[in-house]
Design a protein around this ligand. Structure first.
Ligand code: GLN
Length: 483
């Protein structure tokens, strides 16, 4: 029985009924990894240990929630004794001495980490073209980008290699690749999932979340991934509900906001058509749409591209060839060591962000850029607060369009605009989900729902009702991977 494209729920049932053994499931998973090697979705595999854990499960049954389920981990989470690169040359030989809380939570709930997925270097990118380990390919078409930065995770799930993967989202890196690869991904409220052991990009924006084929699987994963963690000072000490409990609740009477300031007429008409059809579908389920105004929303991308580089320039200062990171060969002196280790270790996009960040934080420009950006960020959050007085959720397209060709977007500003619909939720710390909602030229396209703080249950409920009554999430690519 094939395991490709199966969900967590389906695989759990197969294991329970002994249609497949734990060991066979993991072996079959690695066969798929090999078969779709050209996707370049993985940087490091965990084959030996994964097979060992599966064998142990065959010998001693367990009733853990994710027992035996293969999961791919974004290479931004540190994993004890398993290489963790963050997609960068500077960490290409880094073997962490401990695991991230997310990894520990998942593994202690029985799941089997099969490897580390490829990603944009230090999670900076929207196309997965900036990885030191090469670009990731989208299973939906040769030479199409999978989106970024969690592109390896998205490609591995879209190709049906694993039912689910972990991702991180600083400005859209779970939702954007989910949209471009035709899968489901949720970025929870900031602080819901511990950042301990996540290699920091922009600490006030970074948030981990699950990527899977269905909303239901995302809810199952959220149950295990969320925890209050005293090792992360921004971790929320809030009750964690059973995220699967209310999935099936009726959504009749829900109010969803459409953002007045997002002028969709500027998008491709087929993209708008997909969005309008999703709206109609929700209306048929009894949802009411209301126009809401987020007056400062147009400032989201510029604000994000001040705050994120500022925090990245500070966070990445630890990679200097001394404290962390690969050291250059034969340094002349200390300064040479720093300069060459960092020059050789980081790629172009990371260097660009460090330069922008150092500039906006510098004494002469801090007030004009960084402080101003933080003030605007507050205004954006206030806009959302006002909107959520009128509506339960807000709906937008996840991306401006479907997957584009690798190498076709050379202007960084153009690339930054890819994040138009996703960065507002990060700036405001709000949860957002992307679900498959249609196709443009045979390429999948996602729909985004944004909820108020800590309202993931409602978000998952409304998204699940869409999947219960549509089949966009069930489509699979025919995998003609040529490059
Ligand atoms: N595309 C955005 C960036 O490059 C977001 C990345 C992310 O969410 N990690 O910063």
């Amino acid at each position: 029985m094939s395991i490709q494209f199966k969900t967590i729920k389906e695989l759990s049932l197969m294991l329970e009924k002994k249609d497949i053994s734990n060991h066979e499931l993991i072996e079959e998973t690695f066969n798929l990894v090999e078969k779709y090697d050209k996707l370049n979705a993985f940087i490091t595999l965990n084959k030996e240990k994964a097979l060992e854990k599966a064998k142990a499960l065959d010998n001693k049954s367990s009733d853990l929630a994710l027992s035996g389920i293969p999961i791919a981990q974004k290479d931004l989470f540190v994993t004890k004794n398993l290489r963790t690169t963050c997609g960068s040359n500077i960490l290409s030989n880094f073997i962490p001495p401990y695991s991230a809380t997310v990894i520990e939570n998942l593994e202690s709930s029985g799941c089997i980490s099969i490897g580390k997925t490829n990603m944009d270097e230090f999670a900076m990118g929207s196309s997965n073209e900036t990885s030191f380990f090469g670009k990731v390919n989208n299973p939906w078409g040769a030479n199409l980008v999978p989106g970024g930065s969690s592109g390896g995770s998205a490609a591995a799930v879209a190709a049906g290699i694993v039912p689910a993967a972990t991702g991180t989202d600083t400005g859209g890196s779970i939702r954007q690749p989910a949209s471009l690869c035709g899968i489901t991904g949720i970025k929870p409220t900031y602080g819901r999932i511990s950042r301990w052991g996540m290699i920091a990009f922009a600490s006030s924006l970074d948030q981990a979340g699950p990527m899977a084929r269905t909303v239901e699987d995302c809810a199952i994963l959220m149950n295990q991934m969320c925890s209050h963690d005293s090792k992360d000072t921004t971790s929320l000490d809030e009750a964690i509900p059973d995220f699967t409990k209310n999935l099936d609740k009726e959504i009749k009477g829900k109010k969803i906001g459409i953002v007045k300031e997002f002028d969709l007429s500027k998008l491709d008409k087929n993209v708008v058509k997909v969005f309008e059809e999703s709206k109609k579908h929700y209306e048929s389920l009894g949802v009411e749409f209301i126009e809401v105004s987020l007056p400062n929303i147009s400032l989201s991308v510029p604000t994000y591209y001040v705050v994120a580089p500022a925090e990245c320039s500070s966070n990445l200062s630890r990679f200097d060839g001394v404290k962390y990171g690969k050291r250059c060969e034969n340094p002349k002196d200390l300064e040479d060591l720093y300069i060459r280790s960092r020059s050789e270790g980081f790629g172009d996009e990371v260097k660009r962000r460090i330069l922008i960040g150092a500039y906006v934080l510098s004494a002469g420009f801090y007030d004009a850029y960084y402080k101003k950006a933080q003030q605007v960020r507050r205004l954006i959050k206030n806009d959302f607060d006002d909107a959520f007085k009128k509506v339960d959720l807000i709906m937008t397209p996840t991306t401006r369009g479907p997957a584009f060709e690798a190498g076709s977007m050379s202007d960084p500003i153009e690339m930054y605009l890819e994040d138009l619909f996703t960065v507002p939720a990060n700036l405001a710390g709000l949860p957002g989900i992307s679900i498959p909602s249609g196709y443009v030229d045979n390429k999948p396209l996602g729909l985004q729902l944004i909820g108020n703080s800590l309202q993931e249950e409602q978000l998952l409920n409304v998204a699940h009702n869409f999947q219960k009554t549509t089949d966009w999430h069930l489509k699979t690519p025919d995998m003609e991977i040529k490059s």
